[in-house]
Write a protein of this length. Structure first.
Length: 579
């Protein structure tokens, strides 16, 4: 696949069509022009990507496009799919009205969800994930394969391959038409992608893949009623299109997608709890350590500067992959009087990443590797790996796998993940003693999910470690916004597990705890991570206070002594640097 980067990122911006409830189709019309379809209202809109305007030059019947799942454009004609039928309309003809006519009805087919058109063939995907080709001359229909994931929404033909959209997986699957195999998986930068098309963008100087999205909006709108009412149970959809920029690193079996330059601010305000101030008054010789963003395959720390007037230095933690922490020296602190502020500002390059390795290419982990990563197989506080209840759960999670399958780390990891998702329900406001308590109560927060993953992975000989510490929720990410400050709702943790010959790969421990809709669980964050995750730690702590004289952990915690504030600011889209 070719790299789609450009030296000028000005063209990488979102467009939001007016009055759309759900973008169900997108089709490139030629230079700088894209056609959008709204299945809820039966609307069509022609968008000029340079002028950022929309029009439609013909009259049409909205009933022809209400309920349409996908559209395509080829040689002056608009193609659309509804149920198992393909319709055709002359868009460039002289008539002032767009008239749909039935082209073909696909037999023995569930609802068609996507269409792509070439000179010889029409490619289709179905709700049940079948990939079909329709021979335009002969009418022959061939099944090319079955798409992965759990819900296919659209596809397009580009550069000899099919790009297939899965909204629930937040993923684009690339299907090689020659080999009939999937060759790439690309994580989209935003949730709920609904369509994809290649568009010739003059400012970019090339064809660019654009993805459409339709997500719940948390904006407030004036409904025109005499009495203002806010109804959160029926949010308005945020519909937009956005370029998909990606780059493959075949050696790492990974694809980066959509890079962003982000500023991150982490600030502590010294404000001790009243009971702490009354009891201790003045404390001395503190070293306050705060983790800083890591350098990873998908994340690069560009700059780091201190905030406030305490001296800051960087220190490496050898036993945690030499990750860095910022150390602030506080010689003396009056807990009653001082309200000083300190912390750091980081500039970071962030992108999405998705590792992709066929399960049959994964070799068995060697004893040498198990010895090398032995510390990531050990019991720790709250993991309860010596509990007979937890050990039994670890066995139950993989009991359906054959002896040979249990030697495959990816198969074991997926089996354990599915077992945990099926067993636990996500909650935020309750406390549990450890892994055994979480399993018995069948509920937990992201940190408690993480502990269950650590326990069950390690008991099944999968080296695993925790990672984090922040994620800006997707609903706060307004595509195309710049220089807007955003805050996470809370701390967040996930994990990394070791795959032989590949290395450490990410796994969101609780992000996909949702209904599987009668299919297997989503894998959108299995060996992948969205760009709005910021990796700051690989070990047991993100932030802590130490005694400068002894080097031991201080008897008071950061929460006893201060309050923190965290902000992110998106600066601009950036090029994707080689991994």
């Amino acid at each position: 696949m070719s790299n789609q980067d450009s030296n000028d990122s000005d063209w990488m911006r979102a467009y939001r069509p007016f009055f759309f409830e759900e973008i169900s189709g997108i089709a490139g019309l030629g230079k700088n022009q894209v056609l959008l379809c709204d299945s809820q209202r039966g609307m069509l809109a022609e968008v000029d990507l340079l002028a950022q305007t929309e029009t439609f030059k013909k009259k049409y019947d909205v009933d022809d496009y209400a309920g349409v799942n996908s559209i395509a454009y080829y040689d002056g004609y608009i193609y659309s799919v509804y149920e198992n039928k393909i319709y055709l309309a002359d868009y460039e003809g002289e008539g002032e009205r767009l008239k749909n006519r039935l082209l073909v009805e696909i037999p023995n087919c569930s609802d068609l969800t996507g269409i792509a058109v070439t000179e010889e063939k029409i490619y289709l995907v179905t709700e049940k994930q079948s990939i079909l080709s329709y021979e335009r001359d002969t009418g022959d229909i061939e099944t090319l394969g079955k798409a992965p994931g759990i819900g296919i929404d659209d596809l397009c033909y580009w550069a000899g391959n099919l790009f297939i959209v899965d909204a629930q997986e937040q993923t684009i699957y690339v299907f090689d038409l020659e080999t009939k195999e999937f060759i790439q998986e690309i994580l989209t930068p935003f949730e709920n992608p609904t369509g994809i098309s290649a568009v010739d963008n003059e400012r970019a100087g090339k064809e660019v893949l654009y993805v459409s999205y339709s997500r719940p909006s948390f904006e407030v709108y004036d409904t025109g009623d005499s009495e203002f009412k806010l109804q959160l149970e029926a949010p308005i959809a945020d519909n937009f299109i956005y370029p998909l920029i990606y780059q493959e690193d075949a050696s790492k079996k990974a694809v980066l997608s959509n890079g962003f330059l982000v500023e991150m601010y982490y600030v502590e305000k010294l404000h001790a709890l009243p009971e702490i101030a009354d009891k201790y008054g003045v404390v001395t010789d503190l070293e306050w350590k705060i983790s800083v963003p890591l350098n990873t395959d998908r994340q690069q720390l560009i700059s780091l500067e201190p905030i406030g007037d305490f001296a800051m230095r960087l220190e490496r933690i050898a036993e945690e992959e030499n990750r860095e922490v910022a150390v602030f020296s506080i010689p003396k602190l009056d807990l009653h009087r001082e309200r000083r502020v300190f912390g750091w500002k980081a500039t970071i390059k962030l992108s999405g990443i998705r590792y992709w390795l066929p399960e049959d290419e994964v070799r068995e982990i060697s004893q040498e590797e198990l010895n090398k990563y032995a510390r990531y197989l050990q019991n720790e506080p709250k993991l309860d790996m010596d509990s007979s209840y937890v050990r039994k759960a670890a066995q139950q999670a993989v009991r359906h796998l054959s002896e040979g399958e249990r030697k495959n780390i990816l198969k074991k990891a997926k089996a354990i993940r599915d077992y945990i998702y099926n067993k636990l329900t996500y909650v935020m406001d309750r406390y549990h003693e450890g892994t055994e308590d979480v399993l018995r109560q069948e509920e937990g927060s992201c940190g408690e999910y993480l502990n269950v993953f650590l326990s069950l992975f390690r008991l099944n000989d999968i080296p695993v470690r925790q990672c984090g510490n922040y994620k800006v929720p997707a609903y706060k990410m307004q595509a195309g916004s710049r220089s807007v400050f955003l805050s996470p709702d809370f701390n967040h943790v996930w994990l990394q597990f070791y795959v032989p010959a590949l290395g450490w790969v990410p796994l969101e421990s609780s992000a996909d705890d949702e209904s599987s809709a009668f299919r297997e669980w989503a894998k959108r964050y299995f060996m992948s991570l969205a760009w709005y995750h910021v990796e700051c730690r690989l070990g047991s702590y993100f932030e802590d206070v130490f005694d400068a004289k002894t080097g031991e952990q201080f008897f008071l915690s950061p929460g006893d002594l201060g309050k923190n504030d965290l902000k992110f600011k998106i600066i601009r889209d950036i090029e994707l640097a080689p991994m």
